[in-house]
Design a protein around this ligand. Sequence first.
Ligand SMILES: O=P(O)(O)OC[C@H]1O[C@](O)(CO)[C@@H](O)[C@@H]1O
Length: 233
Amino acid sequence: MFGWDGELPPPTVRTINEMQPVLADPNCAHEGPLYCMYRDLAQSDADWTWLHAHKLRYDLTVIPPNNLCGEWVKTKGHYHPRNPAGVGYPEIYEVLEGTARYLLQSLDLLDIVMIDARAGDLVVIPPGYGHVTINPTTDETLAMANIVSTEFESEYGEYISRRGAAYFALCNGEIRKNARYPRVPSVRSASPGSGHWGVPKGPLYSLIGDEKALSFLNYPERFSTLFENLLRG
Ligand SMILES: O=P(O)(O)OC[C@H]1O[C@](O)(CO)[C@@H](O)[C@@H]1O
């Protein structure tokens, strides 16, 4: 399933109750899970040991298509805190199946970026960017993987207090500004960047064991050029 050999453990699921506070329509109802997160996976004990020795975690997330009262189904949205060097922890995603739309927003809200990605694409979330993943389709399940530091907890406060990201991606194609945000720039597009500017090439799982390729996840302060180039249009 989703390119994963063997059984998956029971997932953590997000339901409509947790998602209502961040939806364009906070009264939207839905039965059953909206998306499933399989966290801290490895295909072998050796891979798991390597990941944890390097303070990293490999997760899978599965987001079936859903129209939530006119809005595409999405993840809740969160920021990452700063590491001991004072730089936000980044993250790397890979689309395994389906299509993903990553909606990024800088903490100072001066930059809002949309990245459309398809199977095989790797997308790096730079330090200081909050992120939401959208499944912008009516009929395809989105399966994606991520590797991220184990050294922090995701921060949801900004997304909850502002009732979602700066923009909502609606099923009619509209990108609607969230009225809870003051003045924000319009959304610009960027490309996934796999294989360019220092973004590794996939498959993401094959990078487990490659300390050089993944060290930006715990030591982003050593990779400022990568992050400067990353979100150029
Ligand atoms: O925590 P949220 O915003 O629901 O997003 C879920 C995503 O974040 C992760 O926790 C990784 O940051 C994944 O497990 C999952 O894809």
